[in-house]
Design a binder for this molecule. Structure first.
Ligand code: AMP
Ligand code: MG
Length: 333
């Protein structure tokens, strides 16, 4: 009895924020006073479960099973895969394919962030590009299957899976009675509630020219997600060219939109994640038009001349911490 009581109290005691490497990135969760050992353990086992389903880098994942059977047969898709893929295909439609969950052959070819990263030949790029086609994905919702009809096609949900994971964690924590905290899945931030009663979380937007650069802008948020896509998350430099991990399906090359980073602020992390990648590829003008189609979404764009474009809903709340960055007052122009 005494032992049971001791272990009960030791489990319920708050522990400091916890960090794990999962979903191919460093994930940190800070739940303050509500952060018990058990609740953190549950969070990280949920993230591991998602990785096992959605990863494009593990041979035992459900996504890899679908990729392996491309051109062969439909594969039963896990509910997580179906949910993420359905949203990814919606965003692909809305972005005219700038966002494309079948980007896998190009991602594999460039190998950015892996030991095999290299600039492929134009022939190789053309060959891989021909396999990138979200319109060809066959989702059978009744059978619960996904079929990629051409051998060599590959799903890659890396631009949206972390957002899905953050939303899932937020739901899980809410069922455990946790309504305050901050989740950081490799830069994909989600805040639960306020930081302390009535006080917002202050989220920093990093210098996009520097890997893990310091904050150059600050943004107060309560119960929101802030997701950033940028040129310094994963990249390599070859002959003076900076090749980063966000690929424009139209060219087969890393997107050259003049933007260095795109941060999307919203309530659904999955949508914000998909949009940060999309807007980065589409560029300032088309990207901001896209953002306006979503009632609940705001954006901060930094271009290669340090101009900062902020969607109208944010102009009063953002603070610039580094004067090298200059805000363009109205981004609807
Ligand atoms: P993010 O950091 O959220 O912008 O996502 C980048 C990741 O998404 C890359 O590492 C690829 O796995 C994947 N990706 C790259 N280009 C695209 C694209 N055009 N559409 C969808 N996913 C992409
Ligand atoms: Mg993304």
């Amino acid at each position: 009895m005494l032992f049971a009581l001791i272990s009960f109290f030791s489990c319920a005691k708050p522990v400091p924020k916890q960090t794990f490497f999962v979903l191919g990135t460093t994930c940190t969760i800070n739940l303050g006073q509500a952060g018990t050992k058990d609740v953190y353990a549950e969070c990280f086992s949920y993230l591991s479960e998602l990785e096992l389903v959605l990863s494009a880098n593990r041979s035992d994942s459900n996504v890899e099973a679908i990729n392996r059977e491309a051109g062969v047969k439909p594969v039963v898709a896990h509910p997580y895969t179906l949910e993420v893929l359905t949203t990814a295909l919606d965003i692909a439609r809305m972005t005219n394919g700038a966002f494309d969950p079948t980007i896998g052959p190009l991602v594999k070819l460039w190998g950015i962030g892996t030991e095999d990263e290299r600039r492929p030949s134009n022939e190789e790029i053309d060959e891989a590009r021909a396999l990138v086609s979200w319109k060809m994905v066959q989702v059978d919702t009744e059978a619960g299957t996904v079929y990629l009809p051409v051998k060599g096609m590959r799903l890659d949900l890396g631009a949206i899976a972390k957002g899905y994971a953050a939303d899932g964690l937020s739901r899980l924590l809410s069922t455990r009675g946790v309504h305050r905290g901050i989740i950081d899945l490799g830069g994909n931030i989600l805040t639960l509630g306020d930081k302390s009663p009535g006080q917002a979380w202050k989220i920093g937007i990093r210098d996009p020219r520097i890997t893990r650069g310091g904050p150059v802008m600050g943004l107060p948020v309560i119960s929101k997600t802030v997701v950033t896509s940028g040129i310094h998350e994963r990249f390599f430099v070859e002959n003076g060219n900076h090749w980063h991990h966000i690929i424009d399906p139209a060219t087969g090359y890393p997107a050259q939109s003049k933007l260095l980073s795109v941060s999307i602020i919203g309530s659904t992390s999955m949508i914000a994640d998909a949009l940060s990648t999309s807007v980065f590829i589409m560029g300032q003008e088309k990207g901001l038009d896209l953002v306006q189609k979503f009632p609940d979404i705001e954006a901060i764009l930094i271009d290669n001349t340090n101009k900062v474009y902020v969607s109208p809903g944010l102009t009063n709340s953002i603070s610039i911490l580094d004067t090298a960055f200059v805000k363009v007052s109205d981004t609807t122009q």
